[in-house]
Write a protein of this length. Structure first.
Lengths: 287, 287
């Protein structure tokens, strides 16, 4: 049975409950974070906490998450994930329990803190090398997609649109611009250059996105941060999504049409090889 | 102690809890409704249920809310609100409890149903006759504001912006258009004509909004459903918000400047008088 953390206590997930007056439940008034651990070791934990702090600041939730670093470690231990190839810790902080009002509750209302850990199963390397499929979906999100909030209904509907289409990812399009996935960032490769949307308020500032850019630099691949027109996707060479659990996921078919050659391209492979090295994981000889 | 309804049971609010895996808590994946009862009698209950069904359909949550009509009645009874001048029943339905995924959970996952009732205290007539104040706030919501979803973080931040400014309402502005309030619809009066934004996907289709339009017709007041430019607000005669708990709330100051004469106008008063009559409530002689 999985052990979760809730407001200072470790307890079985089955018994973990929050009040119906929690502002997370009533108003989606909170933020979350997902941090990966490879072989029990967190990867870029500081960066994840830094983004979390920034989200708490944006929403003016008065809470110092520092003590949760230790909670993250304990969740890995208590759930026997120290030997897991990949595990994640999910953390959510809401503005707490109070009589329902749209405006903030009285000062001093304690935030609700919930976290769980679980093993993450990557797709097999065979599957990865075949590539993945995506569909474009209208981006219906609010105008602060850079805040990792739990106000995720538009993302839910977009992710389901991908499932309905029988594909792996939803590519969100707004005003003719291919912004990012429903739960990951987007990269295109065109003439050897790696292109991704700038880190504006319209996309999530992915930690893995930053790693991708650093890796590209280290491999001598030019990076352009600029909007990508949807029409451009018809003439690009490679496309992939990046994210904490997505890692590097090459899209070989978009809206039922092949992307580039229709096969996983050399830049996607080179970047994923470098990423696997970065996270200290074995690199398959076929990659 | 207040009695609430949760998944088939009536219980004290203090003990009412939902799983941390509820998709309402994790993903704001649900809808809500607020229905008024005057002297224990529901007002336009059918219209509220009709909008609820439409929201459930839009989100593809498979649940027939018909049995909740009886739950509404019981909540009024059990909370001793049959004699209350104004009470409301709040109802929320989420996609239920399941392991966290963005896409929908397995078919057959039971929705979570939560409802509570409470007395609503109107501002005094003295206060009403002095009028209310509002500030304009950028509309940061998703592009389906017509769905009464619990994905309310942008509304929370807008409502708090009003509190921070020391005023009563937040007027949401998008692309130069004054759309509606953070939790109510908007009406302007200009040259004797009542103007309100059309019921597109950009605003909530308020039940009270429809009542306002019907009342205007019955009073021989012309109604125009068209976008209202922010600049137009400087030359209008009257402004008011409408909603289930808002009823008719006249704005006499917007962004610290007087609206029209800076006093509650005759059209707002006439419409509120007719509304009070419609809901069978006493009409103050000063109104």
């Amino acid at each position: 049975m999985s052990t979760v953390y809730l407001n200072g206590e470790f307890l079985p997930k089955e018994g973990a409950q929050v009040s119906v007056e929690d502002r997370g439940f009533l108003l989606s008034d909170g933020v979350y974070e997902v941090t990966p651990a490879y072989g029990g070791e967190f990867f870029l934990l500081r960066q994840h906490f830094s983004r979390l702090r920034s989200g708490l600041d944006s929403l003016r939730i008065d809470y110092d998450p520092e003590e949760l670093v230790e909670v993250h470690r304990k969740l890995i231990d208590k759930n026997g994930l120290t030997e897991s190839e990949v595990a994640i810790v999910y953390l959510q902080i809401t503005r707490g329990v109070a009589e329902r009002t749209h405006y903030f509750p009285p000062a001093g209302t304690a935030p609700t803190v919930y976290a769980f850990a679980k093993k993450f199963q990557r797709p097999s390397m065979e599957c990865w090398l075949e590539g993945f499929e995506a569909v474009t979906v209208p981006d219906r999100r609010w105008s602060r997609a850079d805040i990792k909030s739990i106000s995720l209904l538009p993302n839910v509907l977009a992710a389901q649109a991908a499932v309905d289409a029988g594909v792996d990812d939803a590519l969100l399009v707004k005003n003719g611009i291919a912004l990012e996935g429903a739960q990951n960032n987007l990269f295109a490769v065109k003439g050897g250059v790696l292109v991704t949307h700038p880190a504006t308020q319209e996309i999530l500032h992915g930690i893995t996105r930053s790693v991708m850019i650093e890796i590209a630099h280290s491999l001598g691949i030019s990076v352009q941060e600029r909007p990508i027109q949807v029409e451009e996707l018809e003439t690009i060479d490679e496309l992939f999504f990046s994210g904490t659990t997505t890692e590097v996921r090459p899209t070989v078919r978009l809206d039922s049409k092949p992307v580039g050659s229709g096969e996983v391209g050399p830049v996607s492979k080179a970047i994923y090889r470098a990423f696997r090295k970065e996270i200290g994981q074995p690199i398959d000889q076929d990659l």
